[in-house]
Design a protein around this ligand. Structure first.
Ligand code: SAH
Length: 250
């Protein structure tokens, strides 16, 4: 992907509150499987985007939350939201890469990542992040998953192109175990996390995005590819979605 594409994608996603499927209730549901957090606990939210779920983690716990993302523009937005939140003493926004973490080994109580671990691969990410967790620390990630063993060719081909790392829930569970965790829980994100919370806000802002980028073929193509993704979801959502996987370091 060239820089200009990345800049456009970044601009597109900056216009909405979330950069992937999810919801505050689902963040809290996943968090309900994590025990023993206290004020001294350290939580890293990797690939936090503009930090929606990092703020939820700060509201729902008493710990220190570090949201990290590769894109400075997302982190700028996150920082503005932190400044307005009254939670400045418990939230830190960091520019960085999830494959080069700025933490000490065994420093973290919880590693969080919603819809972002695919950037370095599910099993690879879980393996690499494990060293930063304290003994008995937790990991919680959401990840694209197949709901059936077989599926129609069109959606299979779509995901082969977009993210070949997508796999069935039992296979993802096995990968979590292979990476050195015991599985605590897994559940599928409900449909509204995609439709209401992720796709609908995109539809609402696409006109203004296209207006701001009038004449840009790349902007037009980006919107078209997002709309294609939405149509795929509508048509094939019984075959795939996001699942949360919560594990504990062993
Ligand atoms: N967790 C957010 C964002 C998910 S989108 C949400 O659910 O709304 C995936 C995010 O991963 C994007 O914000 C993207 O900038 C970030 N990302 C991509 N590669 C990354 C990397 N190597 N390190 C950290 N973040 C990365």
């Amino acid at each position: 992907m060239c820089d200009i594409d990345l800049k456009l994608i970044c601009e597109y996603y900056s216009k909405i509150d979330r950069q992937g499927p999810g919801s505050p209730e689902i963040t809290r549901k996943a968090l309900s499987f994590v025990n023993g957090l206290e004020p001294a606990s350290k939580i890293a939210d990797l690939g936090c985007g503009t930090g929606g779920q990092s703020m939820e983690l700060a509201r729902a716990t008493e710990g220190q939350v570090y949201g990290l993302d590769l894109f400075p523009h997302f982190i700028d937005i996150f920082q503005k939201n932190i400044n307005a939140s009254g939670l400045q003493n418990r939230l830190t926004a960091l520019v960085g890469s999830m494959d080069k973490l700025p933490f000490q080994e065994e420093e973290l109580d919880l590693v969080w990542s919603e819809g972002a671990i695919y950037n370095i691969g599910f099993e690879e990410g879980l393996q690499y992040w494990r060293r930063f967790l304290k003994k008995d620390g937790y990991v919680a990630v959401s990840e694209a998953s197949w709901f059936s063993r077989e599926r129609p060719k069109e959606i299979q081909d779509f995901w082969e192109r977009e993210y070949p790392g997508i796999d069935t829930i039992p296979n993802k569970m096995a990968q979590m175990q292979n990476a050195g965790y015991s599985l605590v829980a897994s559940f599928v994100l409900p449909d509204y996390c995609w439709t209401e919370n992720f796709y609908k806000p995109q539809i609402s802002m696409q006109d203004s995005f296209l207006k701001e980028n009038e004449g840009s073929k790349a902007a037009q193509e980006l919107v078209e590819s997002q709309n294609f993704e939405m149509r795929m979801y509508e048509q094939y959502k019984k075959y795939y979605g996001y699942a949360f996987y919560i594990g504990r370091k062993i």
